[in-house]
Design a protein around this ligand. Structure first.
Ligand code: SAH
Ligand code: SF4
Ligand code: F3S
Length: 444
């Protein structure tokens, strides 16, 4: 479609937070395209700026508020500029944002994402700040058009919301209760992606193992995985995040019998102390989790296992922290994403006594990261000399002479461009040098 230069409107999105949010931004872009907006990387040129926000930790919020503040400058230069704050933090702080930042035109919550077109029209006409934040989802939001950032790997949401209420976590409050998409709409989206040339799909949900529990269809996550594995045009399937409590034998068997589901298990443990796990309301013990990992490693000897960890949960003693450190050494994760506990008002843990002082939290995080980095490096070093199958994603962002892709186990691989590889190919790379976060090698 030819767009008239003069009437083309430009939008710029800034996205914080998880994969779910990145995918939401693609769905915002898809909706904006239907009313003549094109994306621009240059924020100064934009007629519309959307900040898609996260509030999982205070550090994210601080950054976002800083960003919203900065945009005032652009608004002064161009009073017609539309600024929208959307997503999780908008859901939580709607009143504060409107009150403190009068240059914001639109505040849109997580349950209103599909209404973007209607809301932008309203802003364009009224020029009054528009607030659209439903307290809860009315029903499963309709699918909307999507403009994706990548061309090889795509996200496909399978469910929205979370029912787990881990005591530290704000997500259930800002994303609402679990709502599963229908099997049919998920498979249709996957087939469509395949026909557009995408090779890899990551099925997204806060707790993918709960898929289907709220559906009228009698279906669970294993059934969905089995059906997804049959989509011919797609070469690899990933999923995130799975809750260790709900990772059952049926899912593990389905993955083992599948062709395309990757042997990467991201199973957030959060803490290595049973007392802390109970106070986090995680619903499993360390011994249950150890057994789960043993089973996975027995069934998938080459599997990679990764995790999330929180240090400085209220009341965490030095002994309990040392249990977590020992747990890391015992499990030997390929990688761990480690976070300082952040007090989220409205969550039970925010009111727990014995909040841990920041310097203690920081010191524990440093210790944890040092131990984990060493383990990650040792595990990756074992791959030196071996040949791994890599899905080519494209040229490396930092070095144009190199190409980048991932192994089935989700490790990043870089190699010297040969001219024979193309984005979307499955190629074999011989690994020469392993580092903590990347493997380097040569195409063979
Ligand atoms: N639904 C996913 C991910 C949720 S958010 C899951 O349950 O695994 C991603 C990670 O952020 C969590 O795994 C947890 O480690 C971390 N996180 C959540 N709330 C936090 C908080 N209040 N402070 C610090 N880290 C937190
Ligand atoms: Fe948060 Fe727990 Fe739900 Fe994950 S499972 S989103 S950590 S409440
Ligand atoms: Fe953040 Fe919302 Fe994701 S709070 S982690 S963007 S679900």
């Amino acid at each position: 479609m030819e767009l008239d230069q003069k009437t083309t409107k430009l939008f710029h999105t800034i996205t914080f937070g998880c994969q779910m949010n990145l995918n939401d931004s693609e769905r915002l872009a898809g909706q904006l395209r239907t009313i003549g907006y094109e994306a621009t990387d240059d924020i100064e040129q934009a007629n519309l700026i959307l900040i898609n926000t996260c509030c999982v930790r205070e550090s994210a919020e601080k950054k976002i508020y800083g960003k919203i503040g900065e945009l005032k400058r652009l608004k002064l230069v161009n009073p017609n500029l539309i600024i929208g704050v959307v997503g999780c933090m908008a859901q939580k702080d709607k009143d504060k944002i409107l009150k403190k930042y009068p240059h914001v035109n639109l505040v849109m919550g997580t349950h209103n994402t599909h209404q973007l077109v209607e809301l932008i029209n309203k802003v364009e006409q009224s020029r009054e700040p528009v607030l659209a934040v439903w307290d809860q989802a009315k029903r499963l939001a309709p699918d909307v058009p999507t403009v994706r950032k990548g061309q090889i790997s795509a996200w496909v949401p399978i469910m929205y919301g979370c029912n787990n209420f881990c005591t530290y976590c704000i997500v259930p409050y800002v994303r609402g209760r679990e709502r599963s998409r229908s099997l049919d709409s998920i498979l249709t989206e996957m087939r469509q992606l395949g026909s557009e040339g995408f090779k890899e799909v990551t099925l997204l949900g806060q707790n993918v193992n709960s898929y289907g529990k709220d559906s009228e269809e009698s279906i669970d996550f294993a059934d969905l995985l089995h059906a997804a594995d049959q989509v011919e045009s797609i070469a690899r399937i990933r999923y995130m995040t799975s809750h260790p409590r709900d990772m059952n034998d049926k899912v593990i068997d389905t993955i083992r019998k599948s062709k395309k589901i990757c042997e990467h298990f991201h199973l957030p443990i959060q803490a290595g102390s049973d007392t802390i796990l109970e106070r986090m309301n995680r619903g499993y013990t360390t011994s249950y989790y150890r057994e789960l990992i043993t089973k996975i490693r027995r069934d998938f000897p080459n599997a990679s296992v990764t995790t999330d960890l929180i240090v400085g949960f209220p009341g965490e003693t030095e002994e309990q922290f040392l249990e977590t450190l020992q747990f890391l050494k015992d499990i030997r994760y390929d990688a761990a994403y480690t976070f300082l506990y952040s007090q989220r008002s409205g969550t039970p843990a925010a009111k727990y006594p014995d909040q841990i002082p920041l310097p203690t939290k920081k010191a524990r995080l440093q210790q944890l990261m040092a131990v984990q980095n060493e383990i990650s490096l040792e595990i990756n070093k074992q791959l030196e000399g071996s040949v791994v199958e890599v899905l080519v994603e494209g040229p490396s962002k930092n070095d144009e002479t190199k190409f980048m892709g991932r192994t089935r186990t989700n490790k990043i691989v870089l190699w010297q461009k040969t001219g024979q590889e193309q984005a979307g190919d499955l190629v074999n790379i011989q690994i020469d040098t392993a580092q903590t976060w990347v493997l380097k090698g040569q195409l063979i």
